[in-house]
Design a protein around this ligand. Structure first.
Ligand code: ADP
Ligand code: MG
Length: 248
C-alpha cells in the first residue's frame, strides 16, 4: 500500500489542455435546439457538426434525401464511398443491413439506395454518404455522465471488438495529456495500437488529442449524457471518426 501510495503521489499528472480552436457556442446551440425539439438522440448531421466544432477529424460526409442526391453526394466525395441508412428509428445500422461499404460507382449507389428504400420502408429515410476508409485499426472513444462524478471517458478497441472483448478503460473528465496517453497503454490490445511484429501502429498522438477534445466537449457541455465515436478508423499518420452517436 505504501508503495502504491508513493507511486500515486509522485506520478506525473500532466496538464489539462484547453483547446481554444473549438466553437463551444455552436455546439451548445445545436444541443439547445435538439432539446427544444425534445430529441434525446441527436441526428447524424447534428453530431458531425458538433465534432467539427471541436475540431475532431471526421471522414468526409454528406446527407442526402433522394437517390439522385445520394449519387451527387458520392461523386462530390469521390469513390469508393459508404452509404448508411439514416432515420430516427435505426440505431445499430449494420445490425439491420443499413451500412453498405466500398461502393465503387454511381450505378452501385443507385442499387444500394433502392434496396434500402425497399427494406426500411420509412417516410423519413435519408442516406448518409461517407468516404470509404479501408485498412485502418478500429478504435472507440466514448463518454458517459455519472451522477456526482461528471463524465467518464472510455477508450478501447472499436467496431465489433468492443462487444466481444470489452477491452476498454475509463477515466474521469477532465483528462490530462498524461492520463489520456496512459489510457492508450492500459488496454490489453495496446501492442496493436503501438505496433507489433512488423505491423505498424497507429497515430497515438492523434488518438490522445481526440480523447482530450472529447473530455473538453463533455466538460463544456454537461448536457451530453452519453456519446460514442465507434469506430474511429486509425492509420499510422491520421485518424477519422466514421460513426458517432450523442444522447442528451
Ligand atoms: P453501426 O455501428 O450503426 O452498425 P457503423 O457506421 O459503425 O454502423 O458501421 C459499421 C461498420 O462498418 C464499422 O464498424 C466499420 O467496420 C464499417 N465502416 C463504417 N463506415 C466506414 C467507412 N467510412 N470506411 C470503412 N469502414 C466503415
Ligand atoms: Mg458504429
Amino acid at each position: 500500500s505504501l508503495t502504491r501510495y508513493h507511486n500515486l503521489q509522485t506520478r506525473i499528472k500532466g496538464t489539462i489542455k484547453k483547446f481554444d480552436d473549438v466553437n463551444k457556442k455552436k455546439a451548445g446551440e445545436i444541443i439547445r435546439k435538439a432539446k427544444e425539439a425534445s430529441r434525446e438522440i441527436l441526428s447524424a448531421t447534428d453530431v458531425y457538426q458538433i465534432l467539427s466544432a471541436y475540431n475532431i477529424p471526421v471522414a468526409d460526409w454528406r446527407m442526402a434525401d433522394t437517390t439522385g442526391d445520394t449519387v451527387k453526394a458520392a461523386e462530390e466525395i469521390g469513390f469508393p464511398v459508404v452509404i448508411k441508412a439514416d432515420s430516427e428509428s435505426i440505431v445499430h445500422k449494420s445490425d439491420v443491413g443499413g451500412v453498405a461499404i466500398n461502393i465503387k460507382d454511381s450505378a452501385a449507389v443507385i442499387s444500394v439506395a433502392e434496396k434500402m428504400i425497399k427494406k426500411f420502408d420509412t417516410k423519413n429515410l435519408r442516406f448518409f454518404v461517407q468516404k470509404f476508409l479501408p485498412g485502418g485499426r478500429e478504435l472507440i472513444i466514448g463518454a458517459k455522465a455519472e451522477k456526482g462524478l461528471g463524465h467518464l471517458v472510455m477508450f478501447g478497441l472499436g467496431g465489433i471488438f468492443v462487444e466481444v472483448f470489452k477491452d476498454v478503460v475509463f477515466n474521469i473528465a477532465p483528462l490530462s495529456d498524461t492520463e489520456a496517453s496512459e489510457m492508450l497503454g492500459s488496454i490489453k490490445a495496446a501492442p496493436l495500437i503501438k505496433g507489433v511484429r512488423g505491423e505498424k501502429g497507429v497515430c497515438q498522438n492523434c488518438v490522445i488529442e481526440i480523447i482530450q477534445r472529447i473530455s473538453q466537449l463533455v466538460t463544456d457541455l454537461p448536457e451530453i449524457q452519453e456519446m460514442d465515436l465507434n469506430p474511429i478508423i486509425a492509420y499510422e499518420d491520421k485518424v477519422f471518426v466514421v460513426d458517432a452517436r450523442i444522447k442528451i
